[in-house]
Ligand binder design. Structure first.
Ligand code: HEM
Length: 148
């Protein structure tokens, strides 16, 4: 096979897989909660990077404030898995558990904001760990499995 033909084949494979991915993304309508979680997730990435350097604590605090704003909105939204819970009682329990988890996370975010403003490195590290645990626990119980 000629070099150019091979190159052409490889390039078209890459392009068509990119196209398929783009199609997939467009096909999926984001739920309002997913939109909020995406904002929370984007800010969280920046927070985790910024906390490595105490000089960046105030920049990190600004991102945590963004997370707090979106976490507050998330409390009153419904996880998509709510629809899959059987019966009114199970739905109620699911929603209450979700809201409790979000409220606890919001309290931790407020704690982190205070620790960053106080420049308290030990408290920052401990609270970040607690938030990561809350995220993992919340996602394990309330989020569809195929997403992070
Ligand atoms: C700092 C902590 C958290 C971060 C960074 C975070 C981040 C994310 C991200 C990136 C997604 C995917 C969004 C998408 O699919 O486009 C997501 C989805 C989700 N998260 Fe979180 N999350 C956090 C905490 C929590 C907590 C504590 C709970 C529950 C108590 C929770 C419940 C959910 C649910 C239910 C979804 C799926 C949305 C739906 O069902 O419509 N998350 N989260």
């Amino acid at each position: 096979m000629k070099k150019n033909t091979l190159l052409f084949l490889v390039l078209s494979m890459i392009l068509s897989s990119q196209y398929a991915l783009a199609q997939h993304d467009e096909g999926h309508e984001h739920t309002p909660l997913e939109e909020e979680m995406e904002h929370i997730g984007d800010a969280w990435k920046l927070v985790r990077r910024a906390i490595r350097d105490p000089e960046q604590f105030s920049a990190a605090a600004e991102q945590v404030a963004i997370m707090i704003k979106h976490a507050k909105k998330s409390i009153d939204m419904e996880p998509s898995l709510l629809a899959e819970q059987d019966g009114a009682e199970a739905k109620k329990k699911f929603l209450e558990g979700y809201q409790k988890g979000m409220k606890q996370t919001l309290a931790l975010l407020e704690e982190l904001h205070a620790a960053l403003e106080a420049g308290d490195q030990t408290a920052v590290a401990a609270t970040v760990d607690k938030i990561n645990d809350a995220r993992k626990k919340g996602h394990k119980t309330y989020k569809p499995e195929d997403k992070d």
